[in-house]
Design a protein around this ligand. Sequence first.
Ligand SMILES: *[C@@H]1O[C@H](CO)[C@@H](O)[C@H](O)[C@H]1NC(C)=O
Ligand SMILES: *[C@@H]1O[C@H](CO)[C@@H](O)[C@H](O)[C@H]1NC(C)=O
Ligand SMILES: *[C@@H]1O[C@H](CO)[C@@H](O)[C@H](O)[C@H]1NC(C)=O
Length: 368
Amino acid sequence: MMMMPSAGGRSPLFALAMSAGAMLVFIFGFMAWQSPSRIPFSHGTPARVESPIHAENSPVSINEIIRLLYAPLKAAPTEPFIREPNGSHIELPPNPRYKNNLGSEVLILDLETRPLKSTEDYEKGEYDWRNINHVSGGIFNHYTYALIHGYDYKFIHATNFEDRHATWIKPSALANHIKDYKFIVFLDADAAFRFLHVPIEWMLNYWDITPKHAFTMAKDPWDPNEPQYNSDRFNRSYTNTGFMVVQNTENTMPMLKAWHECPEDKRYANCSQWKQPKFHEQSAFGEYIRYDYDEYVKELDCGEANGFPGVQISNCQGKFVRHYWFEKHLVKVDYRENLMNAITLPIQKIFAENIGNIITKTQENVIH
Ligand SMILES: *[C@@H]1O[C@H](CO)[C@@H](O)[C@H](O)[C@H]1NC(C)=O
Ligand SMILES: *[C@@H]1O[C@H](CO)[C@@H](O)[C@H](O)[C@H]1NC(C)=O
Ligand SMILES: *[C@@H]1O[C@H](CO)[C@@H](O)[C@H](O)[C@H]1NC(C)=O
């Protein structure tokens, strides 16, 4: 297993800035918790906090706000179980491998050939959550997830290929960044974390990802009405490239290179047939690459990290990662429900603990 230099390897000044930042966040959080009747976000001294992603110039960055909001909700990498909204528990199997947060050893990666449409609205001063499309919704979900757990985040705006479908940008983008990380977590814009408060380490533990697994992906569904639709030439289901956990192992670069070069028909005769037709790079990986590196690919059942609630085939209901092949607007609904949970928890706390003495109890209903 290759270890990447962690944040601890950086300069002592960086460490100092980090601990000062943590202290400020704590103080700020304490103030926000204790004095809800004031609105602490709008005034006060500018407390600039270094962040591993990027610092903002505003007095209090969204970075701090999100981390504060999720502090009471965040699951540990070894949390015994995750509670679903309906009350069910998803239990973590014994002997988890990842006990600590991996921080900036993890990159959350977005990859698009187009800029965000919502940025145009923003630049015109017309940003409105209700009008943004699912692409921005999905990408905001991924960015928020990186903020909550302190992972690195990048949005790569890639140039289209001239001879192949846009999704072929994935292998080279992964190859160009994996050397700096232990894991890259890649998601399509229509895929999103179901539980923003559950760190990727928890899922790696749950799925038993070991140091040999260069790729983790979920299978596509198998539909008896269209048995060949998602199957390769050996009748094996493709793995969906809409969600990938890529681990920095000795096999990762060779796999990414083989994948990227697949349509050149050198190592894999006839791979160029997947330059344009569905499912492009996903078919190439399924038809060729995985057969040369089978033991380094962890194939999850579809339902673990593919599909969404309501899908019948193969029970692909997006247990941890949802991938909306259709009804893509629901990406925004999931994100909204997650954020609303985090925002309203401290408001509920105020009512539960009568913070600021907002609750007046009356014994009898008379006019004094
Ligand atoms: C809760 O939802 C999950 C799917 O998200 C399902 O598997 C489970 O059976 C449900 N539990 C209850 C008690 O309804
Ligand atoms: C193809 O695989 C599916 C399961 O994924 C199986 O049910 C089906 O019988 C297989 N078809 C053939 C022709 O082997
Ligand atoms: C190459 O792909 C074409 C198009 O799918 C197919 O007709 C042909 O049989 C393939 N050749 C080989 C050797 O697999």
